[in-house]
Design a protein around this ligand. Structure first.
Ligand code: NA7
Length: 548
């Protein structure tokens, strides 16, 4: 990447603020993209962010127990050795406030905030083919234009609140975990109902249970979970991460999921049943996402997966004292890790408390919310003061579709994606020239440790823009055939694994009624994907149409 160039000042001829690039979102991706385009390429860049601060997904997800499930020494930028070594994490997994401190520290250190417009919600992005510019409109009535439009809106930023009849009549308060009040919520002495037992719900249950008078958990799909084994980091470990910065980065770049651990090359069938159990026990004791790295075939061989699944179900039955509750929690209908595998701190243990109860809403759904609580199909009314929706997100496509994007000939993105997202490499959409989607659908994104996926995308985009400018190329967009081939490849990659077997997962869009069922992230592995993107660039942006 060239270390150029002079910055162009924004031009203000028509009331429209003019830039080389507009980036939407100021989370990990928007911050790094701004740094690369402004400080390495010398472009004029404006970042638009609807929140009043940096942080992206982490700005909004302030729910009780909010913590990342990537380990802290891997959940950070690794492009700069200095930056990596200067920051000190305190715990094995970073808690939401610590991630916010970190991202603010990075933004200040790189002097990024001066080019970010906060409290600025984008309402429309329109490609003007004649001018070859993206026209962006904000809720506050600002208009901006730029040659390059880069979406850095995250994959999990559009809250999914299920439309349960009667919610408007509820006399208590309700909250979605992804839009949590900044001042927090005091559950003391209150009856709380939590809907949802995904990664978020599993983190929130023990924290809410410790404070509330009573917590009722409404579970639709029972879920696996492995202990996180969180705790403070020792000085030795902190020193080790700094001394081994390069090795850690190399490991993260060489593994399919971008985490700082290696997936075993052992098959589940290479060992005896007894040895297998010993290995699962050790992985359970160690805790964290590494559990799924115990054997190389856990995500591709259903019978191998069954051995892990049965081990984890047995753990639930062992931990949870009431057999009926244990049976509901262990009645899991999908392969282990086919949905995003949660990790927890005393989740199953929480069901041993007198103030926690579990309702299986698959067999006895919530029919309506009443002024006093939740009414179940069998007629029971569960009285509640607070409802917590831990019901996830309109993942991956939701954050992009709400930007009001229209491409060439006025084609709305929602129309281009009516049957599900279609991209080339998860980076670009045919008919939307010079628009780049960081961690877009069709890229590894949520199947990878996010900062690793984000850095690769932001760097690829910056290199691509540098190439276009160096060669005087006005436009780049994918050829429709390249999109067809990539969509097919994304499908094949998913079906080579057990991931599509969790038919109700948000990877497939199945959690949002009416959303097309398409497996969205690229399951072929981050290391392989990195190579594919590098090869495409090396071959003169193969599969893209470059025009003057
Ligand atoms: P998830 O993983 O989408 O989990 C949402 C949970 O909410 C899940 O248990 C859903 O059950 C449940 N849900 C959703 N809608 C309903 C309705 N209408 N009724 C009952 N239950 C419902 O979101 P999270 O926030 O936990 O995690 C998202 C990601 O954040 C996570 O994967 C990490 O990457 C970080 P379902 O399984 O759909 O039956």
């Amino acid at each position: 990447m060239p270390d150029t160039i002079t910055r162009e000042a924004p031009r203000q001829a028509t009331g429209t603020a003019e830039f080389d690039a507009i980036v939407i979102g100021a989370g990990f991706s928007g911050l790094y993209q701004l740094h690369l385009l402004r400080d390495r390429l010398g472009l004029s860049v404006r970042v638009l962010e609807q929140a009043d601060g940096v942080g992206g997904t982490w700005y909004w997800n302030r729910y009780p127990g909010a913590r990342c499930d990537s380990e802290s020494h891997s959940y950070c930028f690794s492009f700069s050795e200095d930056l990596y070594k200067e920051w000190e994490w305190t715990e094995r997994y970073p808690e939401q406030p610590e991630i916010m401190r970190y991202l603010n520290w990075v933004a200040d250190k790189l002097d990024l905030k001066r080019d970010i417009g906060f409290n600025t919600r984008v309402t429309a992005c329109r490609y003007d083919a004649v001018a070859n510019r993206w026209q962006v409109t904000t809720e506050g009535g600002e208009t901006l234009a730029a040659t390059y439009l880069i979406t850095a809106v995250g994959c999990l930023s559009t809250a999914n609140v299920p439309k349960i009849p009667g919610l408007e009549s509820f006399q208590g308060h309700w909250y979605h975990t992804g839009q949590w009040p900044h001042e927090g919520v005091d559950f003391s002495g209150l009856r709380v109902g939590q809907i949802g037992t995904g990664s978020t719900g599993i983190q929130a249950v023990p924290v809410i249970a410790a404070q509330a008078k009573h917590l009722t958990v409404f579970q639709r799909t029972a879920n696996y979970s492995v202990p996180a084994r969180n705790g403070p980091l020792s000085d030795d470990f902190k020193a080790w991460t700094k001394e081994n910065y390069r090795t850690i980065r190399e490991v993260m770049h060489s593994t399919p999921n971008g985490h700082p651990f290696v997936i075993s090359d052992r098959s589940c069938w290479d060992v005896s049943a007894e040895e297998r159990r010993t290995l699962y026990e050790a992985a359970w004791e160690k805790g964290g996402l590494q559990f799924r790295a115990t054997f190389r075939d856990l995500l591709i061989d259903k019978e191998a997966n069954d051995t892990a699944a049965e081990f984890l179900r047995a753990k639930i039955r062992e931990i949870v004292k009431d057999p009926e509750t244990a049976a509901k929690l262990a009645d899991i209908d999908h392969p282990y890790a086919a949905k995003r595998p949660p990790i927890d701190t005393e989740y199953f243990e929480a069901y041993n408390r007198d103030n926690v109860s579990l309702v299986d809403v698959r067999s006895n759904p919530i029919e309506r919310i009443t002024p006093k609580g939740a009414q179940l199909r069998d007629g029971t009314e569960v009285e509640l003061d607070i409802i917590v929706f831990a019901t996830g997100f309109d993942a991956m496509t939701g954050p992009l579709l709400r930007l009001g994007i229209t491409g060439r000939d006025g084609l709305p993105l929602s129309e281009a994606w009516a049957a599900g997202p279609r991209t080339y490499l998860g980076l670009q959409v045919a008919g939307f020239p010079n628009m780049f989607t960081i961690t877009g659908p069709g890229s590894p994104s949520v199947l990878c440790n996010m900062p690793i996926a984000i850095e690769q995308h932001a760097e690829w985009i910056a290199d691509c823009i540098a190439h276009l400018r160096a060669k005087g190329i006005a436009r780049l967009e994918p050829a429709p055939e390249a999109v067809d081939r990539w969509v097919e490849h994304v499908n094949e990659a998913a079906h080579a694994t057990l991931l599509p077997q969790a038919g109700h997962s948000w990877y497939l869009g199945a959690n949002v009624p009416g959303k097309p069922r398409v497996f969205m992230p690229y399951a072929g592995g981050m290391a392989r994907y990195r190579q594919i993107c590098a090869d495409v660039a090396a071959k003169g942006y193969e599969g893209f149409v470059l025009s003057d």
